[in-house]
Design a protein around this ligand. Structure first.
Ligand SMILES: [Mg+2]
Length: 478
C-alpha cells in the first residue's frame, strides 16, 4: 500500500438500541474498539484515528498503549455527522483517502480493508462501497480527499451515505462474497450469534490453497546452531507437495552459500536461489533502480558479497556514489558514519537492509542495524528505505521469485512484529510457530494476529498432511 490512506474508527455512538456500550464488548480477548482499531493498523492503514464520545472515559484508556490517534467527539449525541466532522479535521493534508469503519463489525479482516484501498487505487473512483451477493450495500466506506469537505459539512444524524445520491458516478462497488464479514452487532442476540459463529468457524487458514512458502529461518528451522524438531519432515512435505519456497532472513551478515551449508549440516539439501537475505534483497532493489550503481556500503561480508553478486560497485567512499547501503556493521566507526552522512546529504538515497533495533549478544542486547539507521537519519534528516521485514520489499521479491499470488503464499515465522506483520501488510496468510521469539501469552495482547498458530513445525506438518488426506478422500469419494 503506497498511498496514504487513513482509517477512521467510528466509536463515539451511544449504543442505545444495544443497551450497553458496544465499544467495550469482549472480542478475541480484547474490547471491540481495540480489536477493530488493531485490524485497521495491521492492515497498514495510517494513521488510525479513533473517534470516541459516549463512554469515552472507559474507552480512552483501552487505546492508550496503541499507536492510534484518539479524537474526542464531545457532540456525539447530535448524531453520526459530528464524528465525521471531527475526524476530517484531524486528518493531515498528506492523507489521500480515509476508510470509515464502524466499531461494531467484528468480523472485518485486514485483507478486506486492503481490498477497499486496492479498489480505490485501480478504479480511480472517489467512493468505495461494499456490496453483498444479494446487492445490499454496507460499511465500511472509503472516501477520497475530494469528498472530505462535504463530509465535514454534514449535520444531524446522517453519515457519508448522504453523499451517494449526488455522486453516483464516483462510486465503485467492492463485491464481498462472504457477507458475514460485513455483519454488525445491532442487538445482544446478534452479538452472541456472531461470537458463536466466529469461534466455531473452521480455521481461517486453508492449507489446501497454499502453493508457496515464505519461511523465516532462525526460530523456525533452527535456534542458534541446533535444528528444531520436525525440520526434515517439513522439507519432505515441501518436496511431496511441490511447494514453491523461499527462506528469508532480516540478518544481513551471512551469505546464501553459508545458509545452504548450515542447512546441509542439518541434513537438508537446498540451493542458494531458495535463500533470500535482507542483504541480497537490498542489492536486488538497488540494482533494479540503477544497474551497476556505485554504492557506499556499511556492513559485513553478507552485504559486500550481495552487492558484488548484483554487479554493484562498492566504493571506498572517496567518489560520488548513487546509493548508501547500510547493513549491520560490527566494525562501524565514526568515520564511516561521517562518509555515509556526506553522501546522503549530497543526494545519495539511504537503503538499509533491516530495521532491527537491537542484536542479542550472549549476555546483553547490543545496537542492531535499526540503531545505526537512526544515527544516519538523525544526522541527515532523511528517512531510510528499509528492505527487511516488516517492510514489504523482502517479501515482494520472494513472491516475485516464486510467481505465486499473495493469497496462495503462506508466511511462516516466529516473530509477530516482523515476520507476521510483514505478511499481513501484504495480504498474505500467516502462520506463527512458537519455537522462537513470540509466545502464546503475547497473542491476546498483541495487535498483530496471525491467521494460524502452531506449537512447532511438527504441528504445522501434521495439519497440512491432514488437509491433504482429506482432499484426496474428497477426490476419491467424488
Ligand atoms: Mg526468526
Amino acid at each position: 500500500m503506497n498511498s496514504t490512506v487513513a482509517a477512521v474508527i467510528l466509536a463515539a455512538g451511544g449504543s442505545t438500541r444495544f443497551g450497553r456500550p458496544k465499544q467495550l464488548l469482549p472480542w478475541g480477548g480484547r474490547p471491540l474498539v481495540t480489536h477493530i482499531a488493531d485490524i485497521a493498523w495491521s492492515a497498514g492503514l495510517d494513521p488510525v484515528v479513533v473517534v470516541i464520545g459516549s463512554a469515552a472515559e472507559s474507552v480512552a484508556p483501552l487505546l492508550a498503549s496503541r499507536p492510534f490517534w484518539i479524537v474526542h467527539n464531545y457532540r456525539w449525541e447530535t448524531g453520526l455527522s459530528s464524528s465525521l466532522n471531527v475526524a476530517i479535521a484531524a486528518l493531515q493534508p498528506k492523507v489521500e483517502a480515509a476508510l470509515f469503519i464502524p466499531v461494531d463489525q467484528p468480523l472485518i479482516s485486514p485483507r478486506l480493508l486492503q481490498r477497499f484501498v486496492e479498489t480505490w487505487q485501480t478504479t480511480g473512483a472517489g467512493i468505495v462501497v461494499p456490496q453483498t451477493p444479494e446487492g445490499q450495500r454496507g460499511t465500511p466506506v472509503l472516501f477520497a480527499r475530494e469528498f472530505f469537505s462535504e463530509l465535514a459539512a454534514l449535520s444531524g444524524d446522517v453519515g457519508g451515505r448522504a453523499l451517494f445520491a449526488h455522486h453516483a458516478d464516483r462510486i465503485a462497488t467492492l463485491r464481498v462474497t462472504d457477507e458475514r464479514l460485513l455483519s454488525d452487532v445491532d442487538t445482544p442476540e446478534a452479538f452472541e450469534t456472531l461470537r458463536v459463529s466466529a469461534s466455531s468457524g473452521q480455521q481461517d487458514l486453508d492449507l489446501g490453497e497454499i502453493r508457496g512458502l515464505i519461511c523465516d529461518m532462525d526460530g523456525v528451522l533452527w535456534r542458534g546452531t541446533s535444528p528444531l524438531p520436525g525440520l526434515m519432515n517439513f522439507f519432505a512435505l515441501i518436496r511431496d507437495l511441490g511447494l514453491e519456497h523461499v527462506m528469508v532472513t532480516n540478518n544481513s551478515s551471512h551469505t546464501p552459500a553459508q545458509y545452504v551449508a548450515k542447512l546441509a549440516g542439518m541434513g537438508v539439501v537446498t540451493t542458494e536461489d531458495h535463500i533470500l537475505s535482507s542483504a541480497v534483497a537490498t542489492a536486488h532493489y538497488v540494482a533494479e533502480k540503477k544497474p551497476g550503481a556505485a554504492v557506499y556500503a556499511l556492513g559485513g561480508s553478507g552485504v559486500m558479497e550481495a552487492l558484488r553478486m548484483s554487479g554493484l560497485a562498492a566504493d571506498d567512499g572517496t567518489q560520488t556514489v548513487d546509493f548508501v547501503v547500510m547493513g549491520w556493521d560490527r566494525e562501524l566507526t565514526w568515520r564511516k558514519l561521517a562518509t555515509a552522512t556526506r553522501h546522503i546529504l549530497a543526494g545519495a538515497p539511504l537503503v538499509a537492509t533491516n530495521p532491527d533495533l537491537t542484536f542479542p549478544l550472549e549476555d546483553a542486547l547490543a545496537p542492531g542495524n535499526g540503531a545505526q539507521i537512526a544515527a544516519l537519519e538523525a544526522a541527515t534528516g532523511i528517512k531510510a528505505t528499509v528492505v527487511g521485514k516488516p517492510a514489504p520489499l523482502l517479501y515482494q521479491q520472494a513472491l516475485q521469485q516464486m510467481g505465486t499470488a499473495a493469497n496462495e503464499t503462506l508466511v511462516i515465522g516466529d516473530r509477530l512484529d516482523t515476520d507476521i506483520l510483514g505478511g499481513i501488510r501484504l495480504g498474505l496468510p500467516t502462520a506463527l510457530v512458537l519455537t522462537g521469539i513470540s509466545q502464546r501469552d503475547e497473542l491476546s495482547e498483541s495487535p498483530i494476529r496471525p491467521t494460524a498458530v502452531f506449537d512447532d513445525l511438527p504441528a504445522l506438518v501434521r495439519a497440512w498432511r491432514l488437509t491433504e488426506s482429506r482432499s484426496e478422500k474428497r477426490v476419491t469419494d467424488g
